[in-house]
Ligand binder design. Structure first.
Ligand code: DC
Length: 231
């Protein structure tokens, strides 16, 4: 049997990292961890508790309550891992614009990152994980056997997010999504703690003009190379 490895997938928002990571985890029978969903769940908590209003975060208030926030992954009836906040499956609530607009602010708080990174390392301690995020290859799992850095043009990403929201019947404005993506890119790249960076040993994948099939084939080839010692 193949040895189990850790796979880190980092990159800009709405690059299709989670689609890619999910399909890879399924094919390899690995655990999939969406670290963005964890930051989104903390943001939902902050919104619900009134700690984040009109883009203003009560950082001290959030820090004081961090130990109370219970974030874990649970399986839904189809066996998909879903993020749960205090025992409630919140996958449906964390993808809307309110959370999307607030999450970069929450993800900049060092104490929030410390808590999330600790949790992520605990989950990945058993090998056989595909984890996607911004700092997985650089901070969370610097020893991951395979690191991918994903990128795509901002307008291509906005179109994908727009189509996704529409398909779910949610209201969406394309221009607002472009703005949100560009704002998040800037915040991800420029924040003081764990900014989005390509790990020196990461492989770059620009999927702007790739089909899902082409992307899967590329990825499978890289996994095979690591599993069979050609990299
Ligand atoms: O991947 P996503 O769009 O669901 O991520 C949501 C936000 O969380 C995004 O603005 C960046 C942040 N994030 C982060 O700072 N570190 C991670 N490992 C994952 C996400």
């Amino acid at each position: 049997m193949d040895r189990k490895i850790s796979i880190a997938i980092d990159g800009f928002s709405s690059c299709g990292k989670s689609t890619m990571a999910k399909s890879l985890a399924k094919r390899l029978s690995y655990i999939y961890i969406d670290t963005g969903a964890m930051y989104r769940a903390v943001t939902l908590y902050a919104l619900r508790e009134g700690l984040l209003r009109d883009g203003q975060l009560d950082e001290e208030g959030l820090k004081a309550r961090l130990d109370e926030i219970d974030i874990r992954f649970c399986c839904n009836s189809q066996g998909l891992s879903q993020v749960c906040l205090d025992g409630e499956n919140v996958e449906g609530q964390i993808r809307g614009m309110a959370v999307s607009n607030g999450v970069s602010i929450v993800a900049q708080v060092p104490a929030v990152r410390e808590k999330m990174v600790l949790l992520q390392r605990q989950i990945a301690a058993r090998k056989g994980t595909v984890m996607d995020g911004r700092d997985i290859g650089t901070v969370v799992l610097p020893d991951a056997e395979l690191k991918i850095f994903v990128t795509a043009q901002a307008r291509v990403r906005a179109q994908r997010r727009y189509d996704e929201l529409k398909a779910k019947g949610q209201e969406a404005s394309f221009d607002e999504i472009v703005k949100n993506i560009e704002m998040r890119d800037q915040m991800d790249l420029n924040r003081a703690v764990s900014p989005l960076r390509q790990a020196p040993d990461a492989l770059v994948l620009d999927n702007s003009f790739m089909t899902l099939e082409e992307q899967d084939a590329w990825l499978n080839e890289k996994v095979e190379e690591v599993l069979h010692g050609n990299r």
